[in-house]
Design a protein around this ligand. Structure first.
Ligand SMILES: Nc1ncnc2c1ncn2[C@@H]1O[C@H](COP(=O)(O)OP(=O)(O)OP(=O)(O)O)[C@@H](O)[C@H]1O
Length: 224
């Protein structure tokens, strides 16, 4: 099976503080992988590097057959828009746009035809249980609905991988559980790959694989 993502010897320091000290990992298409570890272990730092939001001091990431850090910043921004979806703890929806418009934005940025993007956005909202919320502004939706809208936005360009950083960290337990079920439905029905940083033990344990970051390394190391 060809990996969808391979990270080799990822290193990152902040000043003199070494945070990532040679991370190696492989993710396969259709997997849901959780990344766990103590507070400050470097999980978010790693997720940002795997998601191309930050560059490592050393090491490579190959995502969807592209050596991502060989790209310049403009090429990388385009690659990120087309191949990667993000879901953060705070949904980062734009308050002045409706749910449908928020979901459409990455599609418009990719230069896709407006009608095609709107139809896909509406279909995604339907799939995610929000068929009649497209015209609502974020302030008119519950936290769970906002987060599902953020998931729809992450999926609009059919990304190779969705990265999620504490996606249910701001939700009550019922909405958290619903969001976790949604990730697994999206994987089962569409083969969507997810890499999820979480302190939520239920979610971490549900994942196909749990990668533990300790002392800046994957511990225990992955065995192919
Ligand atoms: N921009 C930055 N400048 C300096 N130090 C940073 C920066 N970002 C993170 N750090 C430090 O790097 C270490 C790893 O941070 P990171 O946010 O990746 O950890 P984490 O495992 O995601 O933690 P948590 O579970 O608490 O969210 C921490 O010691 C943090 O203080």
């Amino acid at each position: 099976m060809t990996p969808i993502l391979t990270a080799s010897n990822i290193q990152r320091s902040y000043g003199t503080l070494p945070v990532l000290r040679g991370i190696d990992l492989t993710i396969h298409s259709g997997e849901i992988v959780s990344i766990v570890g103590a507070s400050g272990a470097g999980k978010s730092t790693l997720l940002h590097i795997l998601g191309t939001l930050d560059r490592p001091d050393a090491g490579d990431v190959v995502l969807a057959n592209q050596n991502v850090f060989a790209l310049n910043d403009n090429q990388l921004a385009r690659f990120r828009n087309e191949k990667i979806g993000f879901v953060f703890q705070f949904n980062n929806l734009l308050p002045e746009f409706t749910a449908l418009e928020n979901v459409c934005l990455p599609g418009f940025i990719a230069g896709k035809p407006e009608r095609e993007v709107r139809e896909r956005a509406q279909a995604l909202l339907q799939t995610l249980g929000l068929p009649d919320r497209g015209g609502h502004f974020p302030s008119q939706m519950s936290g769970g609905e906002q987060q599902r809208t953020a998931v729809a936005r992450a999926l609009i360009n059919q990304p190779a991988v969705v990265f999620a950083d504490e996606p249910s960290g701001n939700l009550d337990s019922h909405n958290a559980e619903e969001l976790h079920k949604l990730f697994f439905n999206l994987r089962d029905n569409f083969g969507q790959t997810f890499i999820i940083v979480t302190h939520n033990e239920a979610l971490a344990d549900l994942a196909d694989r749990k990668i533990v970051i300790r002392d800046g390394q994957v511990n225990p190391p992955e065995v192919e």
